[in-house]
Design a protein around this ligand. Structure first.
Ligand code: SF4
Length: 355
């Protein structure tokens, strides 16, 4: 059976839009139109609504065990005001991370938010997007005549929240008018409908995170299926957005060459031709820190994710905490093989980086 036929005959169960189980509001968030809109939505959905003094301090989540609390936190939405308007750097994909949301409802075992969000894995939407865009404007102006790129998916998967927040819409339309500003974000969700009709002027690059079937099957619960993501990528390209794919994390597993070759073959077979003219790839090998390993083993005790320090190379980190990456020989094999696959199947595409 050809790959295309196989994809057509496999009837995908559609990944539903995220509906939280609990919603918290900071009182001041209700002064903003976005806060009021989300409050009206949560009321209509008959969701339990609570008030919290700060989006940084939700301490009374239900759950008997740590694991239960974690699972509930991933279904809890907190609506608040972003106070820190100093943007973090976001190399190598962009100059800055633009903070519109924090946290994610999916359960990718390898996700670095496990550690960066620590004890606060609940989801946060910030209602003061005007302040965030004002800050972005300053960052853009400072760097003129250089172009400044903002990554909107550093701390969240914003597409998974767009039906509630509408924040990507605001950023995309804001960036459409910026001669020196560009937006980019990556997603594992296919819920792109709210983005298709927007004025973007080609200033926003939308990337989909894809991977070998083994990785998606074993480590990405709660995300849209591969075929849903590719179908959404086709619609994004049709809407005129620059498109890209992030293959991350690239995982060395038994049969990895077949796995990654099949991934590129499936992409080639299913992506509309006109979606391949201005295509970028970003390649990120799997890495973990000691802290991440401990947290992942607690939260996903049955995970098959290989995190054996003895099989890895230690890479010193900026803040003392180093990362375990693949040894050079394996990293080179992964990079060479996947790069060749990309250029064979998408000769017009560019590879932004391998890290
Ligand atoms: S979809 Fe992205 S942000 Fe969400 S859990 Fe998976 S890796 Fe993390």
């Amino acid at each position: 059976m050809s790959v295309a036929t196989e994809l057509q005959t496999r009837i995908p169960t559609s990944t539903q839009l995220f509906i939280p189980e609990l919603v918290y509001f900071e009182p001041d968030a209700l002064e903003y139109p976005k806060g009021q809109r989300i409050h009206a939505w949560a009321t209509e959905q008959k969701l339990p609504i609570h008030i919290t003094k700060s989006h940084n301090r939700i301490t009374n989540l239900p759950g008997e065990t740590e694991l239960e609390k974690y699972r509930i936190a991933k279904r809890t939405l907190v609506v608040g005001i972003r106070k820190t308007l100093k943007f973090e750097q976001s190399k190598p994909s962009a100059e800055y991370a633009i903070p519109i949301a924090t946290g994610c409802m999916a359960h990718c075992h390898y996700c670095y938010l496990q550690t960066t969000l620590g004890a606060k894995p609940y989801l946060r939407i910030y209602v003061n997007t005007d302040d965030i865009m004002d800050a972005a404007q300053k960052y853009i102006d400072e760097r003129i005549p250089e172009t400044t790129r903002f990554e909107a998916a550093c701390t969240s998967d914003p597409v998974g929240l767009e039906h509630i927040s509408g924040s990507l819409k605001e950023l995309i339309e804001f960036m459409a008018d910026q001669d020196y500003g560009r937006l980019r974000f990556v997603t594992k969700f296919h819920h792109v409908d709210p983005l298709l009709q927007l004025k973007h002027n080609g200033h926003t690059r939308i990337r989909f995170s894809v991977n070998a079937d083994y990785v998606i099957r074993n480590f990405e619960p709660g995300t849209s299926s591969f075929s849903e993501r590719i179908e959404a990528a086709g619609r994004i390209a049709k809407a005129g957005y620059p498109l890209g794919f992030i293959i991350a994390p690239i995982i060395w597993h038994e049969g990895w060459q077949d796995g990654y070759a099949q991934l590129l073959t499936k992409l080639q077979a299913t992506l509309p031709k006109d979606a391949t003219t201005d295509l970028t790839f970003e390649l990120i090998q799997h890495r973990f820190t000691k802290t991440a390993k401990r947290v992942i083993e607690q939260r996903y005790p049955k995970t098959k994710l290989e995190m054996d320090e003895a099989k890895r190379k230690y890479k010193w980190g900026k803040y003392g905490q180093g990362k375990y990456v693949y040894p050079d020989e394996q990293a080179n094999a992964l990079r060479t093989f996947i790069t060749e696959q990309i250029f064979t199947k998408f000769p017009q595409a560019s590879i932004d980086y391998f890290t």
